[in-house]
Design a protein. Sequence first.
Length: 239
Amino acid sequence: MKKGLSAYWWCQITGWSAYILMVTQAYLSMGLSIAVFFPPIFLTGIFGIFITHLMRLCIIKTRMLQLRVLRQIFCIVLFTLLFSFFQALITVWLAETLGWGDKLRSLYIGKDKTANLPAFLLFKSNCFFLGIWNLIYLTAYYIEKNRREQIERVRLESELKIQQLENENTKLQLQKSIADVSLTALRSQMNPHFIFNCLNSIKLYTTQNDTVTASEYLTKFSRLIRLVMEESAKEKILL
């Protein structure tokens, strides 16, 4: 399924529709007939959408918003003048082609049908509206840029916290492994005093020529040492 209009196009349509309604209301309050001024005003609004979108494409293609602030201001003023002049010429040409020249003249210079169309007056009017459009566009751009930067900063902070938690977890696991190794080493050890007593007992039986008892004692002691070494690797030992 195709998605609906983007927020940009909704703003374009809403803004220029508001322009048409505002100018229509202004001329109606002056007592002019809607048949006189509405066609050229509607044409100006429709063509304004095309001009402003073309100007936005030029701003993006030239990467003007990546320049320094003073250069941005200079480029915005230059774009406003150039596109205002271009819009004025095209509007006059379309009005003459569609037969709306008389209506456009009556709006700007009165009833003199022999006068030329007011391209300069259209140029000044276009400069005003395109200047406002650029100001709104730049404001929306920097607000959106700031929002994206905040989201990116929050994302980076979250990733940093996750990495810190992972490092802490790795550190805890390493400490646990060291503790397990230490515990295993401790388990594998026998009480030195106990070993000393056992060896002395075997020595005593040996000096008394009680070889049978000494042999049994030595066998039991060796079996005990083996069991201790075998069971020391286990975490739990069954009774």
